[in-house]
Design a protein around this ligand. Structure first.
Ligand code: DX5
Ligand code: ZN
Length: 223
């Protein structure tokens, strides 16, 4: 699949989400939508009604990152309204295989997210049920935090597990991805990059996406 860039709208203008998505539509692969419930993380964003409207409005597919309690109950609705990728957190889910299967049955890619301190190894056997692993490179909750280098060894281990499983699991990193950090994450094996403030803090978000992609492509592990 190659390198993919998914700008996060967390730090975009919430009063003009349609316009903000248009600014990256020519350059990016996905729109990363951070759903937060003020329980799993200490922040509150949007829910399924806004996602449904964004699906209709956006030319790019939506990549929904659910930072919520009880994803077993709430996640399938995001797939049902048309989010093309739905990611739930390992620390919150009760029945990940069942949930991943119901997301896929509803037509979405199924993603599993891990907070920085959550190990990847207990989830190795789940890879055939998944389309994506999201390794958080900050504690989830807010944009604009510094990239945690401590996650780099886990990215490398995840890349090996994905290769050994023979599947087509995308390896996404999220948090603190910017010009200064994206090459480290790409060299460790990530192939899908979420960037919030590095894109929406730039004067030209589309150009920021193109520059991040070029950096990641140059640094990416090949073969
Ligand atoms: C953090 C979110 C991220 C965030 C990234 O909890 O999951 O998607 O928006 O923002 P930056 O790129 O600014 O770290
Ligand atoms: Zn996110």
């Amino acid at each position: 699949m190659g390198i993919q860039i998914a700008p996060s709208i967390l730090n975009a203008d919430w009063a003009d989400l349609g316009g903000e998505v248009d600014r990256i539509a020519e350059a990016a692969d996905w729109v990363h939508v951070d759903v937060m419930d003020n329980h799993f993380v200490p922040n509150l964003t949007i829910g399924v009604a806004v996602v449904e409207r964004l699906v209709e409005r956006s030319r790019l597919p939506l990549d929904c990152h659910l930072m919520i309690e009880d994803p077993d109950r709430w996640a399938p609705a995001y797939a049902e309204v048309g989010a093309r990728s739905v990611t739930f957190h390992a620390e919150a889910v009760r029945a990940p295989v069942k949930l991943a299967r119901s997301l896929r049955a509803a037509g979405a890619r199924a993603g599993l997210a891990l907070r920085p301190a959550t190990p990847i190894e207990p989830y190795a056997d789940l890879l055939p049920e998944l389309d994506m692993l999201l390794l958080m490179t900050v504690e989830p909750g807010f944009g604009g935090q510094g990239f945690l280098d401590m996650v780099l060894p886990k990215i490398r281990r995840a890349r090996s597990l994905v290769a050994a499983s023979g599947g087509e699991v995308w390896l996404q990193v999220d948090g603190g991805i910017a010009a200064e950090t994206i090459e480290r994450a790409a060299r460790a094996g990530a192939d899908m990059f979420v960037a919030g403030s590095a894109v929406y803090g730039a004067d030209d978000p589309g150009q920021a996406v193109r520059e991040l992609r070029a950096q990641a492509e140059k640094a990416a592990v090949t073969g």
